[in-house]
Design a protein around this ligand. Structure first.
Ligand SMILES: Nc1ncnc2c1ncn2[C@@H]1O[C@H](COP(=O)(O)OP(=O)(O)OP(=O)(O)O)[C@@H](O)[C@H]1O
Ligand SMILES: [Mg+2]
Length: 255
């Protein structure tokens, strides 16, 4: 056996026996996400001090699982793990192809998912640097992204905006539109899947999440995605009693 492989194998077994990744046996997490390769990635991250314990699911989505992690310092982390098998390969390819930051010309599914996760990391980083409230990305490796946990000190994740109406809807709406504007002009990105599902209401602060599909403004589909994001946001805030027209919001964002 290749010495590198056998070392990784030994390390992995050690980690499992120490139950540092305890969710392997945790039914609530669903062991299907932990293929051998993913376990190795998690192990590497744990070994490099990014993560100490994985303990339970925050969300199981179409393509990714978000788990709660604990750092050795005791603070919580959000660990987003993309499942290779259920990834929307066609969508990923389509979005990545027009992005000048990525030269991925691959049809290899795993490589494409890895690029997709790295894209989310970079989009979050760019947004954070532009002063937008997003979870701070910590590291992305293969199909795993570790980021700041958004929630309370007891480890309860913040609810999505869809499930928790803001106390001051007008103010929350303004804050989301301001984020979209900063995203466009400063980070030079369009979110691409913005709605009440991808905004967390963290104690009345609007936190934008889920940026894997976000595209640079000079991507051929950026304008189309921006129009859609505007429509989704208007529709979601309408339920909270805020009325705004598409043109008015667009004007605010594009200036
Ligand atoms: N940093 C975070 N802190 C706390 N909770 C988070 C964080 N990131 C994500 N979540 C929770 O996990 C859920 C899913 O995350 P996200 O929207 O990024 O992926 P997703 O929609 O499941 O992706 P897909 O639909 O492509 O599978 C969110 O709705 C939110 O409840
Ligand atoms: Mg989402």
């Amino acid at each position: 056996m290749d010495p590198k492989v056998s070392r990784a194998d030994r390390d992995l077994r050690k980690m499992l026996s120490e139950k540092r990744i305890k969710s392997v046996e945790d039914r609530s997490v669903g062991s299907e996400i932990f293929d051998q390769q993913t376990l190795k990635t998690l192990y590497k991250m744990a070994n490099s001090g990014y993560l100490n314990i994985l303990n339970g699911a925050i969300s199981t989505g179409k393509e990714a699982n978000v788990l709660k992690g604990i750092h050795e310092d005791g603070h919580f982390l959000a660990v987003k793990i993309y499942r290779i098998n259920t990834s929307d390969f066609k969508k990923m390819q389509y979005y990545i192809q027009g992005d000048p930051r990525f030269k991925v010309r691959t049809t290899h599914k795993r490589q494409l998912v890895y690029a997709w996760v790295n894209k989310e990391y970079r989009n979050l980083k760019r947004s954070l640097e532009a002063g937008i409230v997003v979870p701070k990305p910590i590291i992305s490796q293969n199909n795993v992204l570790i980021m700041e946990f958004i929630g309370d000190d007891d480890g309860n994740p913040a609810p999505i905006l869809r499930n928790k109406a803001p106390e001051n809807p007008e103010k929350a709406f303004e804050s989301v539109v301001t984020s979209m504007k900063k995203l466009y002009h400063e980070a030079k990105l369009v979110h691409g899947d913005l709605s009440g599902f991808n905004i967390l209401n963290n104690n009345e602060e609007m936190v934008i999440i889920d940026m894997s599909q976000s595209v640079v403004v000079d991507h051929p589909i950026s304008r189309e995605l921006l129009e859609r994001d505007i429509d989704n946001i208007i529709l979601d805030f309408k339920k909270f009693g805020v009325s705004a027209s598409h043109e008015e919001v667009k004007q605010k964002i594009l200036g």
